[in-house]
Design a protein around this ligand. Structure first.
Ligand code: AMO
Length: 431
């Protein structure tokens, strides 16, 4: 998709340009004043030579929202912060729309010695969002979601809206936020899992991008208590077939980010590559890690240290670990080889961490009941879900990509909160 260039100039009348934006910087050189005006398209230099405007200029504060009328001219003086290199504006009028008070955090990062810590930045997120680097992350995240939707829309997937208030857990019972639902107890969805399955056994190919909530108490640089998942679920295909969609969509998204977000990658000083793909079974992965003297717990998920190591062994690669032991996977995952205890569950790693997981699902009510019991869960609590598989349910598979995790992995961010506009974690519920 070709991106429309965003423009600074809101209106042109009789040779006069009209602009609106934020006062990014002010420079007072006695006989001439400079004002850097910023909007979503970047920063343009405005020059004030007319003495009648000097009083208005003296009233301006950094980040005040203003409108400017003036004549656009070929730019002569260029400060490095200016992104509009060709034009500058000779100002004929300034209107102050909303004067900014003393700022709690800075938007310009001119003084490299001033680095605001992330907590203070998040307390003032709407100011923080005006920084070119922060803005760039969310413009790239927008491209990730747009490309994801485009990829599946082109293949006739149906985008669904599963409920976010649910009656029982989908990923195990320990990480749920309980809510009062009139006279009953309910929970915030940990995943659209059960509902995307119910939709796929009727609509065949479904997708969704939805928020999920997990009441994990620990605060880590890779976990949020509210995150977003980009999911698919497809009927009549198995775990290995559904992984083809994962490979292709990740490569499609990264290709689009490279093509359509050149400026943003530049601002972030990031060079990214379309990842290669490497398939490994769980057993192969465990053997590989043991060979380099890393301890692996039998039948358990790999931990963050393992994931980091694997990504170092296969750089710029989407690593797909399939054929997980059934014991390490949720109750809805298909037991691929019952004798060996191997499931149709998988995880995918990129940039040092897990960005996706999924698998083939159980599509038969009796196996589902058996599996729920084996995991210590009560089939009574899943009655509606189980019953749906009694009336003609095809085998089906799916996966989920964590939006913030993927953004973090792709851009090499240190903390997942950088990839979430208004993060919710153990300590943060505002703004
Ligand atoms: P899982 O629990 O592995 O699988 O979640 C899928 C992906 O979501 C992201 N993720 C998170 N991101 C930020 N903070 C968290 N606390 C967090 N938890 C998970 C990760 C992870 O890979 N229903 C299954 C998916 C499926 O089988 O289709 C599920 O939710 O990137």
């Amino acid at each position: 998709m070709k991106k429309e260039k965003r423009t600074y100039i809101k209106d042109i009348k009789k040779g006069q340009v009209f602009l609106q934006g934020w006062t990014h910087d002010l420079r007072d050189l006695a006989k001439i004043k400079f004002l850097l005006l910023r909007d979503i398209s970047g920063i343009i230099q405005c020059i004030i030579k007319d003495k009648k405007l000097f009083k208005k200029f003296s009233e301006l504060t950094i980040e005040s929202v203003i409108s400017i009328t003036g004549k656009a001219k070929k730019a002569i003086v260029k400060s490095p912060e200016v992104t509009q290199k060709e034009l500058e504006v000779e100002v004929t009028n300034i209107e102050i729309i909303n004067k900014a008070e003393q700022l709690p955090i800075l938007v310009t990062e001119k003084d490299k010695t001033i680095t605001t810590d992330i907590s203070k930045r998040l307390d003032n997120r709407s100011i923080d969002l005006r920084k070119p680097k922060v803005k760039a992350i969310f413009i790239i995240q927008n491209e990730i979601m747009r490309s994801f939707r485009e990829f599946f829309a082109k293949q006739d997937f149906i985008e669904i809206q599963p409920p976010c208030i649910i009656a029982s857990a989908s990923e195990g019972g320990t990480e749920l936020f309980a809510v009062k639902y009139f006279e009953r107890d309910a929970y915030l969805a940990q995943s659209p899992q059960l509902y995307k399955q119910l939709a796929a056994i009727a609509l065949e190919k479904v997708t969704c991008i939805v928020p999920v909530w997990r009441a994990e108490k620990h605060n880590t640089p890779r976990h949020l208590n509210e995150s977003r998942q980009m999911d698919i679920e497809v009927a009549f295909i198995d775990d290995i077939q559904v992984l083809k969609y994962l490979e292709s969509v990740i490569q499609y998204i990264v290709k689009n980010v490279i093509e359509n977000c050149k400026e943003e990658l530049n601002v972030l000083n990031k060079k990214i590559m379309v990842p290669k793909v490497k398939y490994l079974s769980y057993d192969e992965t465990a053997k590989m890690l043991k060979k380099i003297h890393m301890s692996v717990q039998e039948n358990e998920e790999f931990d963050s240290v393992h994931e980091k190591k694997l990504c170092e062994l296969f750089p710029d690669t989407l690593i797909i670990i399939h054929s997980y032991p059934s014991k390490a996977k949720p109750f809805y995952i298909w037991p691929k080889d019952q004798k060996k205890g191997i499931s149709g569950g998988f995880d995918a790693l990129l940039g040092g961490m897990e960005i996706s997981s999924g698998g083939q699902r159980i599509h038969k009510a009796d196996i589902l009941i058996k599996n729920l019991r084996e995991k210590g869960l009560n089939p009574e609590h899943f009655k509606h879900y189980i019953n749906a598989f009694r009336y003609g349910a095809p085998f089906h598979s799916g996966w989920s990509i964590g939006l913030e995790r993927f953004t973090m992995a792709l851009l090499g961010l240190e903390n997942i909160r950088e990839a979430c506009m208004f993060p919710r974690d153990r300590d943060r519920l505002t703004p």
